[in-house]
Design a protein around this ligand. Structure first.
Ligand code: ATP
Length: 658
């Protein structure tokens, strides 16, 4: 049914098998997905569309499905671009890191040019609607056209978007407006709405990347079933769909490159996918993450009767180091961004720690600022003073030391399914420490409370955030890409002080300052991110503890992100900042306490109908290694609220007994 409703509006006769996919089919899918709030329906619609794409693609054509998936996750930059540049470093153009996210004013200009409407009218309408996509669609639909434009197809839209994202340098703005204008001129129906939203960097249809991956798996299972002419019972079909989704999720977190996964999926089938898509140096995998714990007792409870190790939790930046067989080296951030240009010194240092027996590898490390004369580690703030791009080794003031805590690939073999004990042994065997440049994460395998306590205190004295406690043996110690796993626990000094884990929140609004601070924002509105609903939920206002310099610097960063009107995917509740921002900047924030709130919308409906808010929030640092989509989610906030309530009620009970 879902498939039928998608093709109903599309001139099916024009979408013959082997033809390029009409953009009308994709935009129709988007509008149907946007119109429903039901998750299962959203999934069925997307599955149907991708199924149609597979069915109608010519034999051997994987491009159609690839482009369809890229447009659904709204990305044009492929990780393969990075890989290619790693392979051929002398070609390194400057476009790495460019993603869609075209500024409002540029888009308004293009809408004006393609529809003949004046800029002031478009701006006025945007103020009323709060959605430039909708304004673009309305503008198109009011326009009378003499010639029916040639229907847009996925390859045309995809290459247009790619061109826009990759255009840099002299008169790039005008070139971008030119390409956007051309695309908009060819739009019909709802197409302009989604082209503009794609360009803005957010589709806002409530469909996170995770759902696209699941829909891709479901579509592949259905297409394979159809091809083989199999008849399955409802139960069998359901279990095949679930199995398929688990396979693609696992494969994609190990090899997050649609360019690799999709052709393999179409060629070898979903059941054989794991065999053909494995961790590959050059393609950064999604890092494993840890769960917070509040006390050593909790660690011992969780890891009872299991062997585990405690490692220093270094206070730096995650660095995934890849080396290809030919010696090419790359460093990637937590978000798979290429950091080779930020850390040319690391690139220079690396060969010193690699033994002759070590050819290709993937290391999981933390890059930490270090004082080379004293050997002392310095806090993250020092590291964040380094320039982010085009760093020259001779200008570097803040040196870094790499602390390796895991080895994920060695000499042609992925190690994810080896125990941590084995991986650690291989790590120590194939690399060697170099003072001030490279070391293994300091660890202690003792399991007594006193020893853990002493090791924790020592880690803090040595400039670390606390400990990471990890399972050491059996399959529970396998490396789990992209998972926040219970097999890795973090024990931070802040938790022990009773402050709790920090939150990573998106700055969505600003309040003008008073007195001396009228030229800058004096306070900020923060939000968490619900990746299922694809919306930002407001959580608190933060305005104390900023120095004059800090306020000026935040102003300089945030001013260009000011919006004409609140974006449709920000759930404001009762919050009324003076200005709204494009959700882009992430701050790490600590709080004394969480409370229910009639004003803010974070985690509404999870604990109670009211939202949850932070009391006395305190700014810790800018998290430029996280994008807005990586911000803390509402479930985590609800969990923090509930465990705080539990601790308080236990405390009261204990008090009563005393
Ligand atoms: P945060 O870094 O604020 O705790 P996060 O979401 O980035 O949050 P977590 O899973 O909470 O990540 O903590 C793991 C992070 O700690 C890793 O991403 C890494 O950067 C850092 N780290 C430092 N030392 C280690 C270590 N020995 N093992 C694993 N991660 C470490």
């Amino acid at each position: 049914e879902a498939a039928l409703s998608i093709i109903e509006d599309v001139d099916v006769k024009n979408w013959k098998a082997g033809d390029p996919v009409p953009y009308a089919a994709l935009s129709k899918t988007f509008s149907l997905i946007e119109a429903t709030t039901k998750r299962l329906e959203k999934n069925a619609l997307l599955t149907s569309f991708l199924y149609l794409v597979i069915q109608r693609s010519a034999k051997g054509d994987h491009k159609s499905l690839l482009q369809a998936v890229y447009l659904c996750v709204n990305r044009v930059r492929t990780l393969l671009d990075i890989w290619f540049i790693l392979m051929v470093p002398q070609l390194s153009p400057d476009y790495i890191g460019v993603e869609l996210g075209i500024g409002e004013s540029l888009l308004i200009k293009a809408i004006g040019q393609s529809t003949g409407r004046n800029i002031a009218t478009i701006k006025r309408e945007l103020k009323e609607e709060g959605d430039l996509g909708l304004v673009a669609m309305n503008s198109k639909n009011h326009q009378t056209t003499i010639f029916k434009p040639k229907a847009l197809t996925l390859p045309v839209v995809f290459s247009g978007l790619k061109e826009i994202a990759l255009t840099t340098g002299h008169s790039s703005q005008n070139k971008k407006v030119g390409v956007i204008t051309k695309l908009l001129a060819a739009c019909e129906g709802v197409e302009a709405k989604y082209i503009v939203r794609s360009l803005e960097g957010k589709l806002r249809i409530g469909n996170a990347e995770r759902s696209v991956v699941v829909a891709l798996a479901h579509a592949a299972v259905l297409a394979e079933k159809e091809k083989a002419g199999k008849k399955w019972s409802k139960e069998k079909l359901e279990s095949k769909l679930e199995e398929g989704a688990n396979t693609i999720k696992a494969v994609y977190s190990e090899l997050p490159s649609y360019d690799e996964v999709i052709p393999a999926l179409l060629k070898h089938g979903i059941e054989n996918l794991r065999e053909h898509c494995k961790l590959t140096p050059g393609v950064p995998l999604k890092p494993m993450l840890a769960k917070p714990t509040k006390a050593i007792g909790e660690v011992l409870d969780r890891f009872e009767n299991k062997r585990f190790t405690c490692e220093y939790k270094y206070d730096g930046e995650r660095a995934q180091v890849h080396r290809l067989e030919d010696g090419t080296v790359g460093v990637f951030s937590r978000n798979s961004e290429d950091m080779s240009k930020k850390y040319p010194d690391l690139m220079e240092q690396l060969p010193n720690c690699i033994k002759d027996t070590t050819k290709s590898f993937v290391l999981d490390c933390e890059a930490v600022a270090i004082d080379r004369t004293t050997g002392k580690l310095m806090p993250f703030q020092e590291l964040s003073r380094r320039k982010r791009k085009d760093v020259k080794v001779e200008d570097i003031q803040v040196r870094v030391c790499l602390f390796a805590f895991d080895l994920l690939y060695l000499n042609g073999e992925p190690l994810l399914k080896k125990s941590l004990a084995e991986r650690r042994e291989l790590l120590r065997e194939h690399f060697e420490p170099v003072a001030g440049e490279f070391d293994f994460a300091k660890s202690s395998d003792s399991e007594t409370t006193d020893d853990i306590q002493a090791f924790l205190e020592q880690s803090v004295k040595d400039g670390c955030e606390g400990l990471m406690v990890k399972m050491l043996e059996s399959d529970a110690s396998f490396y789990e890409p992209s998972r926040r796993s219970v097999n890795w626990l973090k024990l931070k000094k802040d938790y022990l002080a009773g402050v709790g884990d920090s939150l990573d929140l998106v700055v969505v609004g600003g309040y003008y300052g008073k007195g001396k601070r009228t030229n800058v924002y004096g306070a900020f509105l923060l939000a968490c991110y619900d990746s299922d609903a694809e919306e930002y939920q407001t959580i608190c206002k933060i305005g104390t503890g900023f120095s004059e310099e800090a306020l000026q610097s935040h102003y300089d960063t945030l001013k260009p992100l000011e919006l004409t009107k609140i974006r449709g995917d920000i759930k404001a509740g009762g919050a009324k900042p003076d200005v709204w921002f494009e959700p882009q900047i992430v701050w790490e924030v600590l709080t004394a306490d969480l409370s229910l709130s009639p004003v803010y919308t974070a985690a509404q409906g999870l604990v109670e109908e009211r939202g949850i808010s932070l009391r006395f929030p305190r700014f810790v640092r800018i998290r430029d290694d996280k994008s807005a989509d990586d911000a803390t989610g509402p479930e985590q906030i609800a969990e923090m609220y509930s465990s705080q309530a539990l601790a308080q009620s236990k405390g009261k009970k204990k008090g009563g007994e005393d």
